[in-house]
Design a protein around this ligand. Structure first.
Ligand code: NAI
Length: 293
């Protein structure tokens, strides 16, 4: 039975994942190599829980439980020792993840499930870094975790049926919607989303329409809550570029080739919301969408 969950990486996703597990009564061990990341994550979780209370999403008891259930660690060994489940949400870098999974395999009890929140790295390759590939699975939450309902669950080549069932049941316990898919480049979410974003960027690059027109067409015409260019800014243009390269290489199909405009913008450091400029310009304190060009 899962009672203690270790979350590795206290960035954007790790803090959201820790929040949701703590909210649903699990004891959460949040681990990061950087103490300042842990400090920031705990502050973010407190602020988000306050907002949930104000909106009536949680009761004062749950708000208190979220704080009580969270424990932070800079040592991976200490953080994962008693965990029945580990969810890794560290930096999206294959070598970083392989090293973490090797350590997890040594430091957790052999029955523990090891999940990764990776958005693009092969689950099968990560599992191969351990002696228990049947217990390794993808548990891909969406950003922002406390709000988004989907959990894309990815079976690696060797993932056992029991492990998949446990993670499906756990996702339902969090009142999320689990969808189980197999491990091929981009899984399902990014395999469909990234070509759409790339096509939107091509449409801009070829001068067929402007930023506002492209996003308005997809928002008003297809009922998307955000246009593809705004969504690309939100995800990070560097992240989009990386995932497209993984699709192109993984399938050996030129249809996934990243648009040269995307490559140029990443080279120019225009990465979207996180750098203050991508397809739009972002000024703190205003929500107005201003195209950068
Ligand atoms: P982030 O950069 O905000 O946070 C990563 C954290 O991992 C950092 O605090 C870093 O100090 C920590 N870290 C690095 N190496 C570590 C190690 N060896 N041990 C412990 N902590 C370590 O990254 P973000 O955006 O939270 O992404 C995390 C994972 O989630 C990635 O695999 C990413 O692909 C995936 N993801 C991201 C989404 C997003 O919208 N940001 C959406 C869905 C998945």
């Amino acid at each position: 039975m899962i009672q203690t969950i270790a979350v590795i990486g206290a960035g954007t996703m790790g803090s959201g994942i820790a929040h949701i597990f703590a909210q649903y009564g699990f004891s959460v061990h949040l681990v990061d190599v950087r103490p300042e990341a842990l400090e920031k994550a705990l502050l973010t979780i407190r602020k988000n829980a306050d907002r949930q209370l104000t909106k009536g999403v949680i009761t004062p008891d749950i708000q208190q439980a979220i704080q009580n259930n969270l424990h932070s660690f800079t040592s991976l060994q200490e953080g994962v020792r008693n965990a029945q489940l580990v969810v890794e949400a560290a930096t999206e870098n294959k070598q970083v993840k392989l090293d973490i999974f090797k350590q997890l395999d040594d430091c957790t009890s052999p029955g523990s499930i090891l999940a990764t929140n990776t958005s693009s790295i092969s689950i099968t390759a990560i599992a191969a870094a351990t002696q228990r590939p049947e217990k390794v699975i993808g548990m891909h939450f969406m950003n922002p975790v406390p709000v988004m309902k989907l959990v894309e669950i990815i079976n690696g080549y060797s993932t056992s049926k029991e492990v998949t069932e446990t993670i499906v049941a756990l996702s339902k316990q969090l009142e999320k919607t689990p969808c189980v898919v197999n491990d091929y480049p981009g899984f399902i979410a990014n395999r469909i989303l990234m070509p759409m974003i790339n096509e939107a960027i091509y449409s801009l690059y070829e001068g067929i329409a402007g930023v506002t027109e492209i996003d308005t067409i997809m928002k008003q015409g297809m009922a998307h809550p955000m246009g593809p260019l705004q969504l690309a800014d939100f995800i990070g243009l560097d992240v989009c570029l990386n995932i497209l390269k993984i699709l192109q290489e993984g399938f050996g199909n030129p249809k996934y080739a990243p648009c040269p405009l995307l490559t140029n913008m990443v080279a120019a450091g225009k990465l979207g919301v996180k750098t203050g400029e991508g397809f739009y310009r972002y000024t703190p304190g205003t929500k107005e969408l201003v195209p950068a060009r």
